[in-house]
Design a protein around this ligand. Structure first.
Ligand code: ATP
Ligand code: MG
Length: 392
């Protein structure tokens, strides 16, 4: 029945040059998303509107679900496209559209015509009135409500005629690519995929880094992170995932530093390495799934100690979220089931029984002095041997 989708997007703050960037990024993201859907689509931008038009038969549910993952889309309107064969023919088509779409037939409605083709022989107001009259005649149960109609029937007269009335909600946010790029520290847990999703929703392109410690962490744990990146990439577009071998650094920290400080020192090295990769690959910020108080390494003191090594802004969108709320989002974006698979993302031998919960940065720094002999070289090797996996 439907041959196209009219894409509605929020327009606040996207005036002038920004508007083109926003629209072009949105068109690109829609094209990318629809590539993974059955059928061919043509995505066009014209006169302040974006249309995705099907060139072949397509699966309606699959297509709308895909569009619902494109940030920047506020509403998705399925459109019936008609040839212009005169007003009588249009009126017939509109009546059969209403009959199909609203079989219960007792709603209030309003016709909203828009004449982009100025050579069309009737003006918008006249089309509204005429079509409204025909609808009332054909469906006596329906009535007009110009202020808050149940059904707003839009009729756009262009080269062809576009009829639509349904709006499927989109995810909102801004198109990925309109707000620079940042590096997500992606683990196999519940939080970091959600954090990446949330920042991407504000238009930020996402790269990711995963620290693994073979043989202490398994190949399967790494695969789980790749799987999570793939789930997130359904929203963000392709993700460049850097897999860093962290084993030697962890062993060296374990050998040289007090064990109750291991986690903090390890996390400081994760941030340093992530920032280095970010700098080399054009990211302007880091993203983590940290949340105040969730674990010993996420007390305010621990966060301060971790943050102290960073020069880039660190985005922590979950900072004030309860676990339950994070879980709700991870279920919504379909990362939860993967996140709860039982593969350790960090090996337990490196986790102290009684980690410091209120680390003092100066003490941590003093402990790190014990690493000075070999750490630069180990970090260098970790950077040089990082594996790049392009996901999505
Ligand atoms: P998550 O559920 O995201 O794993 P968590 O509650 O397990 O988080 P931590 O293990 O303290 O918390 O990690 C805090 C943040 O540090 C994570 O959200 C993630 O951004 C980052 N992180 C932790 N471990 C790794 C890792 N192995 N590789 C990359 N990033 C990591
Ligand atoms: Mg974790």
């Amino acid at each position: 029945m439907f041959q196209a989708f009219l894409i509605k997007y929020g327009e606040i703050g996207i005036k002038g040059k920004n508007r083109y960037l926003f629209e072009d990024a949105l068109v690109n993201q829609i094209k990318h998303t629809l590539k993974h859907v059955e059928g061919q689509f043509r995505v066009t931008k014209e006169q302040g509107r974006i249309y995705a038009e099907a060139l072949e038969p397509f699966d309606f549910a699959e297509t709308t679900q895909a569009l619902q993952r494109v940030f920047g889309i506020v509403g998705i309107c399925p459109v019936v496209i008609l040839e212009d064969e005169g007003f009588e023919r249009l009126a017939e088509e509109v009546l059969s559209y209403i009959k199909r779409q609203y079989p219960q037939g007792n709603q209030s409605f309003k016709v909203h015509a828009r004449r982009a083709k100025k050579t069309y022989p009737m003006e918008s107001m006249e089309i509204n009135r005429e079509l409204g009259g025909r609808i009332l005649e054909a469906f006596p149960e329906m009535h007009v409500d110009v202020h808050t109609p149940d059904v707003l029937l839009c009729v756009e007269i262009r080269q062809k005629i576009y009829v639509y009335s349904e709006v499927i909600p989109g995810p909102g946010g801004m198109p990925v690519g309109t707000n620079g790029k940042s590096m997500l520290l992606l683990s196999g847990g519940i939080d970091s995929p959600v954090a990446g999703y949330m920042v991407a929703k504000r238009g930020v392109k996402i790269d990711a880094v995963y620290f693994h410690a073979p043989p202490y962490t398994s190949e399967r744990a790494k695969q789980k992170v790749v799987d999570l990146a793939r789930k997130v990439s359904l929203y963000t577009g392709p993700i460049y995932l850097y897999v860093v071998n962290f084993t030697d650094i962890q062993l060296y920290i374990y050998e040289k530093c007090p064990h109750d400080e291991l986690t903090i020192i390890m996390r400081r090295y994760m941030m340093r390495i992530a920032e280095e990769i970010a700098r080399k690959t054009g990211s302007l910020g880091l993203i983590t799934g940290e949340s105040i108080g969730q674990v010993a390494s996420q007390t305010v003191q621990s966060l301060a100690a971790t943050n102290e090594v960073c020069t880039m802004p660190v985005f922590r969108p979950l900072i004030a979220f309860d676990k339950e709320d994070i879980v709700t989002i991870s279920k919504k974006i379909d990362t939860y089931e993967t996140s709860i698979q039982p593969f350790e993302d960090c090996c337990t031998i490196f986790v102290a029984k009684h980690p410091v919960t209120k680390p003092n940065v100066n003490i941590i720094k003093r402990s790190e002095v014990h690493l000075q002999e070999k750490i630069d070289e180990l970090v260098q090797t970790a950077l040089e041997t990082a594996e790049l996996i392009v996901v999505g």
